[in-house]
Write a protein that binds this ligand. Sequence first.
Ligand SMILES: [Zn+2]
Length: 327
Amino acid sequence: MGEVMTKIFDCHGDIWNDVVKKRMSGEAAVIKNHHLDKFKKGNIFSGIFVIWIDSPPEHQPEKRFKQIFDAMHSELVENSDLLHVVKKVEDFDDAQLSGKFPIVLGIEGLDGIHSIEALESLYDYGFRHASLTWNMANDFATGVKGSPNEGLTELGYQAIKFMEAKGMLIDVSHLNEKSFWDIISVVNHPIIASHSNVKELCPVPRNLSDEQIFAIKNTGGLIGVNAFREFIDLEQSKQTVSRLADHIDYLVILAGIDHVGFGFDFVDYLDEEAMGTFSNGLPEYTKGLENCTMTENLIKELKARGYTETDIDKISYKNFMRVFKSL
Ligand SMILES: [Zn+2]
């Protein structure tokens, strides 16, 4: 009997940041030439690719957003024979039938955006995901590095209402606790924390408390576990695949197998300048999970822990599909 291949949906990747960097240095077809083979090797059939403003606010987020957006747009148009933007759940099948790679377009932090009209034009373009903030505060909400007393703004509440009405994925990774609970108090649909781990196992601000994990479960949503080493354990020697599997075990016990996913946040293609905005040290990756080609190591670890193929399918893509379909 041959090995059954695990199908993986990655709830978080900053691919457009690589696309903009390489396109600005004269390359084209960046995803085709640098990423598609790696995804294939890692059994990643699709993911949420976000626009992330990778520079400090003084560098004009509007300008940077447009720069990344334009690179993304050119990449999508020039490679429309290979890439398929997912606007509704049927698009995953359509993409597969035509041999294309389906991509859910997302925004990590609405820093360059200042109105619901602007958010609506992004929806109309094809974006189906957004987190209101990255680590700082903006017009919509406050991130983990902002004031703990600030939550959703009036515009933030309007954005949540808009996103629910349209069926956009609401992502709470990066929000501070007050913004998180403000969202929980008003949402009616499943929400996701696309790339966050368990605070009880690794107490950093980007990870989730038990109460937050339980609240996400109660919306019907999911938590995508993050392979970024600093969110796995405080001790460098424990930043391992096995320790990441501990986070999965913890989430499964607390929230149930239906509310866990993968949001790997692989950063092997980011340059040191971008890394420096969030990482404590030099680029160094979780051993055995350095990039997206190595996901099989985590799948093997889960199998060794007794997860069945049905369990693993739920975590690796079916839970995400359920959430996306329910919006
Ligand atoms: Zn992030």
